[in-house]
Design a binder for this molecule. Structure first.
Ligand code: CMC
Length: 428
């Protein structure tokens, strides 16, 4: 056996399997011939040890708390870059020149309007519908409105649909909010930045001038950067799996939105703020820490723990700094921030959390900022979806452009009944 091969003996057969190396990160054992040569599958529910694809987009070192987009550390991007620039980077692999960034931003801006008929689509929803339900429906419906960019074998179609999705997501999200509060939809304003435009479409009203507060615009843009991509997480894997069948990109992103909604994933930002509200004051923290540790209690600290990070989530560090900046800009305070800081402190010195390596993740502080800006909790996951769209789209493009791409089709360990004969109804 050579150094770059792993050997396995199973079912009386032995097999040498190639070990593949990426540019950084753990090597992988290529098991693709396993079934053909041994008649066995691997078993890894939850994909804890399975690499599902090659990807050159995002790298995470969970033990060290490192997150790189196309090689650039998230902290540097959050401090120096913009969401538009990070979007270009994720889609194209390199940071843009000034001209490339200007051209890209202009292209995205020109796609921000929605087909007018889509506004009537909203009226089919109840006013109290969760905005994520609206997002799933409206984004899925885009394929019915933009037929001219659904031929996935055409790179130009893929490019246009990618631009449309990134550009229209803020408009769709803001309209979901407007619908829930009974205010008129606000059309995009092409003078504004991507994030400024979203703020105006969300909080502006036709009766008044809306002025974007630069500090808030910057903070929200940074939050978008922090959520832009995160390698093969559940929703991204959903987008890839949906896309692997050849489904159109609008349908695939709608599938990603549906997956993101869950409280173990993007829904955790809403759940984390609700949890902080329920805890209320620091004197009640210990009770909730005990509940989180109790195996008979389903309660978990929301915004804590991560499948990959076994160290502080680097996005949570930036998020915590951003809370202070937004409070200063808006001249507000939120006692829940003190509760959150104290909760973090208590959890990080508790043997349960230390042993299990549970740290605050991106969702722990984000709700406090979004709430200070004025977003209701139900919009938090919508903002995550808005920002993650570029990651989903970039990952979908990477997959579709791969000539070796195959439909995703996991196998299973069957535990149901063995074959038996049908019993007529009269005899049961
Ligand atoms: N509070 C209390 N205990 C926890 C928590 C928590 N938040 N997270 C994990 N644990 C315990 C869990 O009970 C288990 O204990 P044991 O080994 O004794 O059974 C151990 O830690 C490992 O947990 P797991 O559920 O097997 O780990 P996982 O990798 O399958 O789940 C997770 C990761 C993020 C779903 C989980 O940590 C969790 O539910 N966190 C709360 C929800 C949350 O904040 N999600 C946002 C993730 S970051 C944003 C995103 O990517 O969407």
């Amino acid at each position: 056996m050579s150094d770059n091969q792993a050997s396995l003996t199973a079912g009386g057969k032995s097999l040498d399997m190639p070990i593949k190396s990426g540019t950084i990160g753990p090597d992988v054992i290529d098991i693709r011939k396993l079934y053909a040569q041994t008649g066995m599958f691997t078993y890894d529910p939850g994909f804890t040890s399975t690499a599902s694809c090659d990807s050159a987009l995002t790298y995470i070192d969970g033990d060290e708390g490192v997150l790189l987009h196309r090689g650039y550390p998230i902290g540097q991007l959050a401090e120096h870059s913009s969401f538009m620039e990070v979007s270009y980077l994720l889609l194209n692999g390199e940071l843009p020149s000034q001209q490339e960034l200007a051209d890209f931003s202009r292209t995205i801006t020109r796609h921000t309007m929605l087909h007018e008929q889509l506004s009537t689509f909203y009226r089919g929803f109840r006013r109290d519908a969760h905005p994520m339900a609206i997002m799933c429906g409206v984004v899925g419906a885009l394929s019915a409105f933009y037929h001219d960019s659904t031929d996935i074998s055409d790179p130009q179609h893929r490019k246009i649909s990618s631009h449309r999705l990134i550009a229209k997501m803020p408009t769709i999200a803001a309209m979901a909010y407007k619908y829930s509060v009974g205010q008129p939809f606000v059309y995009p304003d092409n003078k504004l930045s991507y994030t400024g435009n979203f703020l105006k479409m969300t909080f502006g009203v036709p009766a008044e001038e809306y002025e974007v507060i630069p500090e808030v615009e910057k903070a929200l843009d940074r939050i978008f950067i922090l959520h832009a991509d995160h390698e093969q997480n559940a929703s991204t894997s959903t987008v890839r799996l949906a896309g692997s069948s050849g489904a159109n990109p609008f349908a695939c992103i709608a599938a990603g939105i549906a997956c993101l909604w869950g409280p173990a994933h993007g829904g955790a930002n809403e759940a984390a703020l609700n949890m902080l509200k329920e805890i209320g004051t620091p004197d009640r923290i210990q009770h909730y820490i005990e509940r989180a540790k109790d195996k008979n209690d389903p309660f978990r600290l929301m915004g804590f723990g991560h499948r990959v990070y076994k160290n502080y989530d680097p996005r949570a560090t930036v998020m915590q700094q951003t809370v202070r900046e937004v409070f200063a800009a808006l001249n507000v305070q939120d006692p829940l921030f003190e509760t959150a800081l104290r909760l973090e402190e208590i959890a990080l010195s508790d043997p349960y959390f230390i042993e299990k390596k549970l740290f605050p993740n991106v969702d722990f502080y984000s709700g406090i900022i979004l709430s200070a800006i004025g977003f209701p909790t139900t919009m938090f996951t919508v903002l995550f979806a808005l920002a993650r769209t570029v990651g989903w789209v970039a990952q979908w493009n990477e997959m579709i452009s791969d000539p070796g791409q195959k439909i995703g089709r996991p196998r299973q360990l069957y535990t149901g009944p063995t074959q038996r004969d049908y019993v007529p109804l009269s005899q049961r």
